[in-house]
Design a protein around this ligand. Sequence first.
Ligand code: NAP
Length: 318
Amino acid sequence: MENEGICLVNKLALICTFIVGFQIVRFLFTYIYNNFLATALQINAVNLKDAGKWAVVTGATDGIGKAYAEILAKKGLNVVLISRTQSKLEAVAKELGQKYSEVEFKTLVADFTDTQQIYHDLDKQLNGMDIGVLINNVGMSYNHPEYFLDVKNKDEFFTNLINCNIFSVTNMCKIIMPGMAERRRGVVVNISSTAAQIPSPLLSVYAASKAYVAKFSEDLGYEYNKFGITVQCLLPGYVATNMSMIRKATWMAPSPLTYVQEAVKTIGVVESTTGYYPHSVLVDTINVLKSISPRLSRWIVFRTIANVRARALRRAVH
Ligand SMILES: NC(=O)c1ccc[n+]([C@@H]2O[C@H](COP(=O)([O-])OP(=O)(O)OC[C@H]3O[C@@H](n4cnc5c(N)ncnc54)[C@H](OP(=O)(O)O)[C@@H]3O)[C@@H](O)[C@H]2O)c1
């Protein structure tokens, strides 16, 4: 009787070990596949040039948007550059035009904190063009991390942020995707942020706006896959741009060009990604910590962001 009991316990232990072992192997394989293998082997990668003659990039005069404009031009696509400032648009069109003389650049002025007139004008300007790639990059964030109720001019600021981060992505898709669906080809890359994936206290409205972008992209991608449209959500960590206020590129905060060179390889391969391996490691580490102790992970992130806030407030006083 005692022997039978021991035998049963042994069998159960063996089954549990097998299940846990299987889950670990499955997790490791998925991790390695998603982060290295699929991108390295370019499984399901999209040839962007086949998607259409033109690419449209919002927020194209600086940072990540400018880097996308450059990489897409290098791949042989004509690029529509959109931002608020005509002089900056002309400067970027000239700079890239000298480097990539075989492609065309078109510049359009639009302020995405606006909600109505710009889309009417953009629709008119972009109508009839063979647009294969849309990079919904434009976005705005807080000047520095802040408590929700203490954000300066919060009525105007939150409205602008939501218009720029949410309304722009939704409306640019609304304008450009009908042509893509008709031609049965197209690529949409929506730029979210790791802030949407990890605790982001003191940046609550920004992080929530980027969570909208992630959810919208996921479901939109599923809806329009059968129309030949690839939708990718890109969730960058820190990139050395004006927005992040990081002047010097590092391994963890790469230059926009280094970042986009990596991210662009994942289009068609991964639907939702940080686009850059060190950023994925950071997100995974925080999320593993969160699954072990949600309170500890939130506390660590809060302390880190609160320190950034304190430094910014000290700088503002001096
Ligand atoms: N940098 C990061 O660490 C980081 C991390 C995660 C996610 N992101 C996301 O990546 C995207 C790009 O960020 P970035 O760091 O590259 O920004 P950035 O360097 O500050 O560049 C912003 C671009 O958008 C344009 N722009 C800004 N406000 C605009 C508006 N209201 N209407 C039209 N154009 C506008 C700017 O040109 P004008 O001034 O001429 O309009 C510029 O071309 C954003 O969606 C951001 O949330 C960035």
